[in-house]
Design a protein around this ligand. Sequence first.
Ligand SMILES: Cc1cc2nc3c(=O)[nH]c(=O)nc-3n(C[C@H](O)[C@H](O)[C@H](O)COP(=O)(O)OP(=O)(O)OC[C@H]3O[C@@H](n4cnc5c(N)ncnc54)[C@H](O)[C@@H]3O)c2cc1C
Length: 415
Amino acid sequence: MPAPAHIAGNPSWLTAQQRELIDLASTLGRERFAPRAARWDREASFPFDNYADLREAGLLGICVPQAYGGLGADFATYVMVAAEIGRHCGATALTWNMHVSSAMWSGFIADQLEMSAEQRADHERCRAVHYARVVQEGKVYAQPFSEGGSAAAGKAPFGTVARRADGGYLVSGRKIFASLSGAADYYGVLCTLDKPGATQRDAMYLAVPADAPGVSVDGDWDPLGMRGTVSRNLTFKDVWVPDTARMMPEGLYFQAAMRFPHMFATLSPTYMGLAQAAYDFTVQYLRGEVPGMPPVKRRMYPTKQVAVAEMRIKLEQTRALFLQNAREARVDPDRDTRMRLYAAHYTVMENANDIARLAIRTCGGQSMLKSLPLERIYRDSRCGSLMLPWTAELCVDRLGRECLYEPGERDEVIE
Ligand SMILES: Cc1cc2nc3c(=O)[nH]c(=O)nc-3n(C[C@H](O)[C@H](O)[C@H](O)COP(=O)(O)OP(=O)(O)OC[C@H]3O[C@@H](n4cnc5c(N)ncnc54)[C@H](O)[C@@H]3O)c2cc1C
């Protein structure tokens, strides 16, 4: 059996920390997550056992700054580790992303943004509370921002509101598709500060305890793919949280969204991993090496060789853009970098499903039996380009506009 390809292509350029964490994710993925993945998918249940492993390995704190006891991983490190996890269990990687993003946004992203000295001191005080929960208590954060309207697409203020009250806030509203609903300890809710004339600039990011009075989970969860994410609906009814619930100072989320757009590209690593998994499976299958299957080889047919070559080409194209994106993440990227980011995100999301489609076509009928992982990979990979704020459609919208218009340029209205 050939050694499986490294998720980062050639690992020789990686830092010691990157190599170590990707190896750790690979071991956990192969030995623990992959064997359990069918269960979460079949039951549409949350992968609690995988979270116990992530906790024990210190990976819940991967993006918590080292000064607060975390591993202090940067953007590139995180996305490669996440892709390696996605290679073995899509639902674990996707939900872990929601958790990790809370530390990433409040951590190295917030560190690069403008704040007054007073805001900075306040942010240190608040994030110390959140990081201690993650690092010392192993708590898990979710990230519900979707509401079913235009807010999650970044085109309107969030309908969920936070009203200042008694040294904190009262949160009210409803979120849909909240991954980790009923499983997370805290919901990192994106909402709007309740004040006259509030706009998107007044977005807030508040951690609401899952067991606070006024929080409820509803709706069923029986989707096509990513079933282990358990993304049900959340309702917040006058839920009081203290001021330390702020994951970012008031107004900072808007600045982050404008100045650090790569923060929205953390959903694609999961799908990079799924693309790799579909390819890995195909090679194993055509070589007659899938555990539990008769050792029938199919690799000698030229059509299979052509198809697997096509998959590898697509996979390497996807990886190249994925890694380029990982390296380019920074505050205030220039316009070309931003356009490359849309192109990379679109490519990963669309190609993951296309590579999985090719895998099933190439391996054939027996490969899509429920006893094998490929049909789950195919269904999971379908979900990527549906995810806001950067669905495949919205990436195309943004890219098309930016290709053809300079900032501020408008068309003349012809009467
Ligand atoms: C497995 C899974 C897990 C998820 N987990 C989370 C989570 O943890 N947290 C979370 O907040 N969300 C989560 N989501 C939700 C996701 O990001 C979307 O909000 C959700 O899929 C709703 O999509 P929709 O297609 O119904 O959206 P709709 O609002 O109906 O939009 C349909 C499509 O129209 C386009 N569109 C929407 N608004 C605009 C606009 N203003 N201008 C132009 N085009 C627009 C977009 O391409 C969009 O795909 C998850 C989704 C999935 C599938």
